[in-house]
Design a protein. Structure first.
Length: 154
């Protein structure tokens, strides 16, 4: 397996990209300027439905980690639809993660590791990125996690 082949890594991890989603309001799923692609926030889904819940209340950190990982799969589906080839990614630049959580929950960074660790597993050092992880009181549709991503492409 080539170190550069993201699709071989996806297959080795048993991950199949879903069809890219459509915007739910007046925005684009991604926008590109030069070599920078900015992907809109994607909310966590499980079995095709919004993955609802609040960390520190109805969800554990491990469940949040899995949700963040699932968001990255959807982000990659959007990016694949835009680029036609994920191997064009030269660098994952930045993630911003919103974690629907109680005021006393303090493990947003551990939830977001579900996204970050998958990106490094798929892209190697090209996947190591800057990031922010925030706890918020609500995310649209009651989703547990929302993540946006910026990538550099060739």
């Amino acid at each position: 397996m080539s170190e550069q082949d993201v699709y071989a890594r996806l297959k080795a991890l048993g991950i199949e990209l879903p069809l890219a989603g459509s915007p739910a309001a007046a925005y684009a799923m991604c926008a590109q300027t030069g070599n920078l692609v900015c992907l809109s926030g994607h909310i966590a889904k499980r079995d095709g439905q919004v993955w609802t819940g609040k960390l520190g209340d109805s969800m554990t950190t491990d469940e949040g980690y899995a949700a963040a990982r699932a968001v990255v799969v959807d982000l990659l589906a959007t990016l694949h639809a835009h680029l036609g080839d994920l191997n064009r990614v030269t660098r994952v630049v930045k993630l911003m993660s919103l974690v629907n959580s109680t005021p006393d929950y303090i493990e947003q960074h551990r939830v977001t590791n579900g996204a970050s660790e998958l990106l490094v597993a798929l892209f190697g050092e090209r996947g190591r990125h800057a990031r922010s992880a925030f706890g918020v009181t609500q995310i649209p549709l009651g989703a547990c996690v929302e993540i946006e991503m910026n990538v550099e492409v060739d």
